[in-house]
Design a binder for this molecule. Structure first.
Ligand code: NAP
Length: 253
């Protein structure tokens, strides 16, 4: 513990699920964490309070992503919070985690749904990285939470898979763009991870999802958060442009 003392981090969508676990883990390592949310103000407050109770530092930032002005709103709140807590606006670690998913037969996909999902899952992260680069110092970190579904056929998730495949392109191209500044850019791809949502409480569904992993279980969000914390640390300084399979062996086939 303590590998991120003195660092600052933004974790989008960290009011619940995987993002929450990432925020808590980075804070445990000593980072000041911006806990971003769209609608879950109470949940975000709870995450911040929990981090503070454990001796960590965090603040909440609201911004709905995928709508006009989203990045401006996010960075206004982020910069205000960073300034208040540190006296500067340096952002060492950016985790693009917020995302939306929908299960739809291919015939049910509509242009509107495609646009919405692409806007939240791929367009927003691109422009968050673009804007974030004015705050990220040399040696900083960009980590995008993608999905094992970019590597496994799942017809009901064709749109979601397309958005995550687009998101994965950020690591490839920005790792080259930012290599000279020693900023690493990587993708972390979870498999089925219990985000507290109702489907994980349905025994038959949980069992079916468990069988996808070679470990025979759905992941706890902390399992993914530990991988993110490693990539955020100095120990991972030589990993960039990578696709990190954090699916518990779901991609083994
Ligand atoms: P989740 O529990 O559904 O939480 C989503 C988070 O993102 C919430 O904090 C939510 O904030 C925020 N968010 C959603 N839409 C937003 C928007 N339009 N603007 C701003 N914030 C928004 O998610 P999760 O299951 O933990 O997944 C986290 C990431 O991992 C996602 O990118 C997901 O695609 C990926 N992933 C998940 C799994 C899995 O099995 N859980 C597997 C592979 C990949 P509010 O609550 O405030 O709306």
């Amino acid at each position: 513990m303590g590998k991120l003392i003195g660092k600052t981090a933004l974790v989008t969508g960290s009011s619940r699920g995987i993002g929450r676990a990432v925020a808590e883990r980075l804070a445990d390592e000593g980072a000041l964490v911006a806990v971003h949310y769209a609608t879950g103000a109470d949940a975000a407050r709870e995450v911040v309070a929990g981090i503070e109770k454990n001796g960590g530092r965090a603040f909440a930032v609201q911004a709905e992503l995928g709508v006009p002005g989203d990045v401006d709103t996010l960075f206004a709140g982020l910069e205000k919070g960073l300034e208040e807590h540190t006296g500067h606006t340096t952002l060492d670690i950016l985790v693009n985690n917020a995302g939306i998913m929908a299960m739809l037969q291919p015939a049910e996909v509509t242009p509107e749904l495609f646009d919405r999902m692409m806007a939240v899952n791929a367009k927003a992260p691109l422009f968050i990285v673009q804007r974030g680069l004015s705050l990220i110092p040399d040696g900083g970190r960009v980590i995008n939470i993608t999905s094992g579904l970019t590597r496994v056929a799942s017809p009901e998730q064709v749109t979601y898979g397309m958005t995550k495949a687009a998101l994965e392109q950020i690591a490839l191209h920005f790792s080259r763009h930012l290599g000279g500044r020693r900023i690493t850019v990587n993708s972390v791809a979870p498999g089925s991870t219990d985000n507290g949502g109702p489907v994980f409480q349905v025994p038959e569904i949980r069992e079916a999802l468990s069988r996808l992993s070679t470990f025979g279980e759905v992941a706890e969000p902390t399992a993914v958060a530990d991988v993110v914390a490693f990539l955020a640390s100095n120990d991972a300084r030589w990993i960039t442009g990578a696709f990190i399979d954090a699916s518990g062996g779901t991609l083994l086939g």
